[in-house]
Design a protein around this ligand. Structure first.
Ligand code: CO
Ligand code: CO
Ligand code: CO
Length: 315
């Protein structure tokens, strides 16, 4: 590493950078923005902000300020932009941070997100490369948002199903993160574009371990499975599955639709937490007290036996 004060840089596919300022304080930085995935501009703003904040929470850090990043067409009603920014501001308020500024460019389609700055004690950052043998793997939100929002764009999903997916995406990972910081865990990452399997693979590869997970224990959004069977699957999800399938050992009874769901590209997904099994009861109790979604144990961590297998999946 060029700079010794850069405690986490871009070499480990971690969620955010960590830079040591003094013995007590390191700054944590991340940026994320994307085009609308839902119709309502306020809701889009909420989701984009929750998603951007998530990388700070995944490091076990505390966000302090954020800057808006905006792309907006010059021929579109400015009230839409106002609503997007209001959605982002409401989530920032919930995160107890101020949006301190930002920048807007003219763009063919709207885009929105935040660049977020957080703080942490140097060395207390929860990286993705410290998962230990016999750790338990916990997931804090249900999956399936990529498939459901794709179906939403095609008008092929019931409102009630879409609403549940939206609720998960706008839920901050703050409460689950505070629990894991309180109790102390080994590794964490959030589930976003590479899907549950993709982000878990990153964590296992960085930690030089293998994960054993059970499909039946993974929390899944209501109404998602019929949508997979109706081919409402985003391109990114298939891309995810193709790029990692050689490193995943699926039991022969795991169905194709189940593989697709586990690889589904998420927006503002939950945290995957790798925790020492002795601390598991305390962690679950704390998360389940603070978080809207129940934390689920999805598997455990083992010593790596073969260089090519990162995850084993059974039903
Ligand atoms: Co992330
Ligand atoms: Co990110
Ligand atoms: Co992390």
């Amino acid at each position: 590493m060029l700079d010794k004060k850069l405690l986490v840089g871009n070499s480990t596919s971690d969620d955010a950078s960590v830079y040591k300022i003094s013995d007590d304080i390191a700054v944590v930085n991340t940026v994320d923005f994307f085009p609308p995935i839902v119709d309502d501009p306020f809701t889009f703003g909420e989701i984009a902000a929750a998603n951007s904040l998530s990388d700070i929470y995944a490091m076990g850090a505390k966000p302090i300020t954020a800057l808006n990043i905006v792309g907006f067409p010059d021929d579109l009603d400015l009230n839409i932009l106002t609503q997007i920014l209001k959605g982002g501001a409401s989530k920032s308020k919930e995160a107890s941070i101020a949006i301190a500024g930002g920048h807007t460019v003219v763009d063919q389609e709207p885009k929105y997100g935040l660049s977020v700055t957080g703080i942490i004690n140097p060395g207390s950052q929860i990286t993705n490369n410290n998962s230990k043998t016999n750790d338990t793997l916990v997931l804090t939100k249900p999956i399936g948002t990529g498939i459901i929002t794709t179906a939403g764009k095609h008008g092929k999903v019931k409102d009630s199903v879409l609403e549940l997916a939206i609720d998960t995406m706008r839920t901050l990972n703050r409460y689950a993160s505070e629990s894991m910081v309180d109790i102390g865990v080994n590794s964490c990452t959030d589930v976003t574009g590479f899907g549950l399997l993709g982000h878990l693979k990153e964590m296992m590869d960085a930690s030089n371990k293998i994960a054993s997970i059970n499909y039946s224990r993974i929390p899944i959004l209501e109404g998602v499975i019929p949508l997979i069977k109706n081919e409402m699957v985003p391109g990114g999800t298939f891309k995810n599955l193709n790029s990692i399938s050689k490193n995943i050992l699926f039991d022969s009874n795991v169905d194709d639709y189940q593989k697709i769901l586990m690889a589904d590209a998420q927006t503002s997904g939950g945290l995957i937490i790798s925790v020492d099994t002795t601390k598991l009861p305390e962690l679950l109790k704390s998360i389940n007290k603070n978080n809207i979604y129940e934390a689920s144990v999805i598997g455990n961590v083992r010593d790596k036996e073969s260089s090519s297998v990162s995850i084993e999946v059974s039903l």
